[in-house]
Structures are given as C-alpha cells and as structure tokens.
Design a protein around this ligand. Sequence first.
Ligand code: BES
Ligand code: MN
Ligand code: ZN
Length: 501
Amino acid sequence: MQTQLSFANLSGIETELLVVAAVDTQTAKGTEAKPLPALFTAEAAVNAAAAQVLASGEYKAGANETVLLHAPAGLAAKRLLLIGLGKQAKVTVNSVREAAGTAVRFAKPRGIRELTFALPDAEALPGAAAARAAVEGAFAGDFDPDTYRSERKDQSIQSFLLAIEANADKVAVEGAFAEGVIVGESQNFVRTLVNEPSNKMTPTILGQRAAQMAREVGLSCEVCSTEKIRELKMGAFLSVAQGSAEPPALIVLKYEPEGVNDGPVLGLVGKGITFDSGGISLKPSAHMEEMKTDMAGGAVMIGAMRAIALLKPKVRAIAVICATENMPSGAAQKPGDVQRAMSGKTIEVINTDAEGRLILADGLTYARQLGATHLIDAATLTGACVVALGYAYAGGFANDDAIWAKFEGALEKSGEKFWRLPLGDEYAEMIKSEIGDIKNTGGRWGGAITAAEFLHVFAEETPWIHLDIAGVAWAEESRPYRAKGASGAAMRSVLEWVRSY
Ligand code: BES
Ligand code: MN
Ligand code: ZN
C-alpha cells in the first residue's frame, strides 16, 4: 500500500473514494429534537454534498457506521463515504485509527484500489497524533490473512492518500505520518508471522525471517540452535525443545545506535512457541490449531525491533526470542522431571503445558547476561489471564513502579489496553517445590499471577515488565476496521516504551 499526504482542498481531490468522518453530536437522551450528525470538516462543498443524507436522520454516525454517496455534487471525487466516529464526547485518536481501517476495509471488497481519507479536523484530535493513527489504522485495515487461498478475495489497496487541512502544522504532521507508516508496516509484519501455520513457521523459519528483517533495516542478528543453547546451559529452554523433531532457535537482535555508549540497555524477551500441543500434558483437540499463535510474544518483539531500527530512538535495545515447538514424543520431558535453568535454579515440571515460563526463564537470564538493565517480556502465557480479563485488556505485571509508570505513558501513545495485575509473596509461595527450587505451576487459582511470579524468579531485581497477551494476540471475530486472526497487539506499546527512554 502506497501512502501519501495532501494539503489540498477536499473538494478538488480527484479520487475514487473520498472518506470523511462524521460524529454523533447528541449529548443526552431527551425529548428535545435530536441534533443531526456533523462532519469533521469545515469545507462547505463537502458539507453541502452530505447535507441531504445527514438531514434524513437515516444515518446516525455511530462508531464505524458508513454511508456511501455516488457522484457527490460539487466534489471532484467519484464517491463520498461518511464514516461515523460515534458520540462526539467520546471521540479519541483511537476512533480515527478505527475509521481509517474501516475506510480501507470498505474499499477492498468493492474493487476500489485507491482512496483519500480526510483527517478529522477537531479540537479533541491533535493533528500529528491523529495523522499517525490514521496511517496505522489504514495498514491494519489493509491486512488480510488469506495467504494460502487460491483466489485471494480482497486485494490490497494500492494507494492511501491522507488529506490534511491546509492550516495544519505541516512539519509535525509529516513526521507523524512517516512514523505511522513504519509502525503500521511493523504491526502487519507481526501479524504475518503469527498467522502462519506451524508447518510454515518453524523455529528455524522464524529465525530466518528475523534475520532477513534485520538485514533489511540494519540490525545485528544472531540465530543459534541446540548446540549453542546447550553450551549456554539453557536447561529450561532445552527441556521444552527436547520433545520436538524441529530444532529450537535462539534469536538475538541488537540495536546499538551510534554515540549511545551508556545509559539503559532495554531487554525485550519474547515467547516463541511455534506450536504448543501441551507436550505430554497434551491439550484437548478443540481449538488446538490456535496454538500456532503461541509465538506471538516473540513476533511482537521482532516487529518492535524492526520499528525501533527505523525510528532510531537514542537508547540501546536487545531482543531475545526463544523459539521452539512444545511436542509430546518419546524424547519429551515428563511431568515430575526436574530441570536446571540457565540461572542455576532448579525447576520441577509439574505440567509440560506450562512451557512458556520455562523458555522465558532462560530468555530473561540471557538478556540480563547480555547487559539488559531493564526488561520487558511478552507472551501468550496463560489461559487464566484470559479468564481474568477477557479479550479487551491484556495483563501486565511489574516488579517496579517506575518501570510500570513508563509503560503506562507508552499506552497513552499506543492506544492499547493493559491492566496491571499484582505480584506478591503469597503467590510466590504457591510455586515453591518440595524437590527443587520452584515448580512450573501453582495450582488452579491466580494462574496468571503465579506464572508471572515464576518469571519474577529469573528477572530478580532487574526492573521488569511482563505482558500476558494470551487474550489479545488473536482476534476471534472480524471488525469493520480489521480482519480476524493475528492482531499484532502489544507491538506498539513495547515500541513506545522503548522510545520513552
Ligand atoms: N500457550 C498457553 C496459554 C494460552 C492459552 C495462550 C489460551 C492462548 C490462549 C500456555 O502455554 C499454556 O498452556 N498455559 C497453561 C498453563 C497451565 C498448564 C498452568 C494454561 O493456561 O492452561
Ligand atoms: Mn502450554
Ligand atoms: Zn504456550
């Protein structure tokens, strides 16, 4: 998808589809005559073209509600599409992100390959942030997961033009627009990796994709397998990999900006289980196919490193992705086995399906050994987190309030939703082992928290954030603004967190 900015008047833009945001101006339910929806543009010609449909009362401008007008009078555009942002009082930059996605997804199945999205002109929407969100939303909407369909249904949009009011701050908007392209493409890169089935996305292939990306954007990348992992004494990581015919991959990406020789080193650690069968503690077959997405945390870190390499923040960052399948076989580890992690701690493996924390234990230790002073990990770690928070919010944990405050600041920029859950000694108690140091499950209750406490043992005192994205990495349903399937969720927040240093 090509993207371009325009500061021209909307009425003069020759385009297949001009998209303008509308808003529901109704404040409260009452008996008074209801005010009609309004457009988020001051341009008289556009308002005149939309006047009749707005006056009809048929169109309410609800969130992502659309109405299409052909041959709009007084406009050079062939079609005018109104997209609702919902109630005026609730409009945010996120509404713009969604509206741009909806515009793209409206065009695609209709064979419209080129469109112009008018950036909503409203006080509540700072121009630069809205421009960035619009571009991100357009990329998100353009993505479809039908890679292996013989006849792909919805072809990609060729050109997305973002039209900005002439009086906007051009420099700020242009910068934000360019950022939006990088972030949107990086998030779609994450989605591409996560959507791949496990036979097309083995640990080795994930390593190759990371290495290829690193070459393209100028990151250093090292991918190693069993021998080196054994040399590093990553006993917890290897215990998961030992049951699989596919070799594991330890993927390390480094971003070292010139002239930055001191200050923090940010360690990004990702869970890269390319298929989670549960191992000997085998999962039931219903929905097991979804476990091809169990490398989403790893993909998030790979995508974030891509965006970091292109946006060039002045801070060092290292990503460590532990990639392996979790399979049952004669060579697989068994419940009750005791493993020695890279840190030296011993782990009693009660349930081989609690494998994510095993590989992350060594990933965290390795990131610290490589010099990370601050850690963030992302993982589709527990079903318990989905039970607690559903699909809207992902879970977040931190052993340090300052690092969490940084992350909350990042959420304001990314527009993503995370809810902080507690850590605590009461939960740490639940994973003490009789035979070794810790065990890899803490019983039925508080499962997301005992999993986080397990990771805490390996993060130790290093300031650390853990993101449990089990509920948000995969979208069960499609929306007007994005396809179902891999979401790329958490990439933007990790990126903004890095940029906050
Ligand atoms: N990959 C799963 C968690 C998961 C569940 C991700 C649903 C996405 C959707 C993880 O490895 C797992 O199996 N966790 C177990 C832990 C349990 C055995 C302590 C779980 O949540 O059931
Ligand atoms: Mn599992
Ligand atoms: Zn898993």
